[in-house]
Design a protein around this ligand. Structure first.
Ligand SMILES: Cc1cc2nc3c(=O)[nH]c(=O)nc-3n(C[C@H](O)[C@H](O)[C@H](O)COP(=O)(O)OP(=O)(O)OC[C@H]3O[C@@H](n4cnc5c(N)ncnc54)[C@H](O)[C@@H]3O)c2cc1C
Length: 448
């Protein structure tokens, strides 16, 4: 693997957004990725024969290494023992880890997600409960949105959250949750997540409604411990990639009782705002950063390969047809990177500028974050496919890793509503939600 000076963190991360400390952090992560993750990318999937023990040992060992670098603590304020890093630091860390493996970056991002949900709800009590675990040991956690009848629908503003079927009813000092979620990850039996390198599963941040007919007013985010009575799990889904970094399961909630303080949103309207802002919009923005890291890795592979492969005695990258495509890949990746950083800058503004750019949950900001993800996803699609075609059979071969990156980019493009909802959400900031034929709600979203 060649080191390309032009791709060094201090050259790619614009100092308009990132502090010198952020860049030092990115360099430390780059070093860890090159030394520890790059040589073990195949082991993360258990090698060619998909050996589950090898996969889990590698995933948990590398995740521990990432948490020992302090990466899970980045989003935790110093007041709770964390590092109070800027959101830019978290995004560039996600980009850097994704250069090695986007599934490991997803594991770290899940902790950022949970932290930002609690912070958005201004829940100091929950931070005091969970932060001590997050900052000391490697824990994992998951956010549950998707349901059998509603993946994209839950994210579709035209439905105004009325399609959520997981219901949380107040009962005295508790909420009682019934419903069915699909695809949250990592998920499963609690003992599966404890071992030498992984301390445990923190639990699930579950999007539910107190009454679907209430639309936005019914939306809540409920923390459900992994060993809650009435919580059932399927076996992990078998899928195209991220088999052990993001073990996805189905969850059943059969009268699961949680204390009322585990409802994160405590103010009217806060539930849908956190879902739309911290979960969907910022989840898509973080996905953009990860897709850039993945594309960067593929560009480096193809740069190396085209230097070694000769045709008629000349390295193929010296031929203009190849050079043009390599130049275009590099251009696109850098545009996608500067785009997600600019979007983050707009999202991070307060005061008057926030009025200008919109709050996290407002259609303008959802559109910006969706645009950053959809652009980065298009770049990843083009980069992985082009690289494979430029490398011919070597691109298709397991040994050269392009096939792994090609499998991995796909789901990061599709989750949280996917490429179609990304584009529809961009359009909805221009002219409002676009109702689906047969939309029975007959009501517009309060977000318009
Ligand atoms: C590896 C992996 C990890 C995942 N992790 C999580 C997780 O941690 N938590 C979680 O909750 N979910 C998770 N998911 C689920 C994922 O977010 C959803 O699959 C995704 O949002 C799309 O929903 P769906 O699959 O139900 O597609 P559907 O909603 O069935 O949509 C299928 C297609 O129909 C179209 N469509 C349908 N309805 C609409 C609409 N209203 N607006 C626009 N287009 C529409 C879209 O083109 C879409 O691509 C994960 C999935 C995978 C594979």
């Amino acid at each position: 693997m060649t080191t390309y000076p032009t791709f060094e963190p201090k050259r790619v991360y614009t100092q308009a957004f990132c502090t010198p400390d952020d860049i030092v952090l990115a360099e430390a992560v780059r070093g860890f990725v090159n030394k520890e993750i790059m040589p073990r990318r195949h082991d993360l999937e258990g090698g060619w024969h998909r050996d589950e023990k090898l996969a889990l040992d590698t995933v948990n060992h590398l995740y521990r290494g990432l948490t020992e670098l302090g990466l899970a603590q980045l989003g935790v304020p110093e007041a709770y023992g964390g590092l109070s890093a800027s959101p830019f630091a978290r995004l560039i860390v996600s980009e850097e880890i994704s250069r090695g493996d986007i599934g490991l970056a997803t594991m770290v991002s899940k902790i950022y997600w949970a932290t930002s949900i609690m912070m958005a709800g201004r829940r100091t009590d929950l931070m005091q409960e969970f932060a001590p675990r997050i900052v000391t040991e490697p824990w994992t956690t998951a956010v549950c949105i998707t349901e059998p009848d509603g993946g994209c629908n839950i994210e579709d503003p035209a439905f105004a959250f009325r399609t959520i079927r997981t219901v949380a009813r107040r009962d005295g000092d508790d909420y009682v949750i019934n419903g069915h979620k699909i695809w949250p990850g990592p998920g499963g039996q609690p003992d599966h997540f404890s071992g030498a390198d992984l301390k445990g599963h923190l639990g699930y941040w579950v999007v539910a409604s107190t009454d679907p007919a209430l639309g936005p007013d019914g939306v809540g985010i409920f923390f459900v411990p992994p060993d809650a009575v009435g919580l059932g799990f399927s076996a992990p889904y078998q899928k195209m990639g991220m088999s052990w970094t993001d073990e996805n399961v189905e969850l059943w909630f059969d009268n699961v009782r949680v204390p009322a303080r585990y409802r994160v949103d405590q103010e009217p309207g806060q539930g849908w705002q956190i879902l739309k802002g911290q979960v969907v919009a910022f989840g898509r923005l973080a996905s953009a950063a990860s897709l850039v890291g993945l594309s960067q890795a593929v560009l480096e592979i193809v740069l190396d390969w085209t230097a070694q492969r000769t045709i008629a005695g000349t390295p193929v990258r010296q031929r203009s047809a190849f050079a043009m495509m390599l130049g275009e890949m590099s251009r696109d990746i850098d545009i996608a990177r500067q785009y997600y950083l600019t979007t983050m800058w707009q999202a991070a503004q307060r005061g008057e500028l926030r009025e200008l750019y919109g709050r996290a949950y407002e259609p303008e900001m959802v559109a910006k974050c969706s645009a950053a993800r959809s652009f980065a996803a298009d770049v990843a699609e083009k980069t992985t496919n082009r690289a494979m075609e430029l490398m011919g059979a070597d691109g298709y071969a397991y040994d050269n890793y392009v096939e792994k990156y090609l499998r991995d980019y796909k789901i990061v493009r599709m989750w949280l509503g996917g490429p179609h909802r990304d584009r529809l959400d961009i359009a909805q900031a221009l002219y409002g939600p676009y109702p689906w034929p047969g939309d029975a709600s007959g009501e517009s979203s309060t977000e318009r």
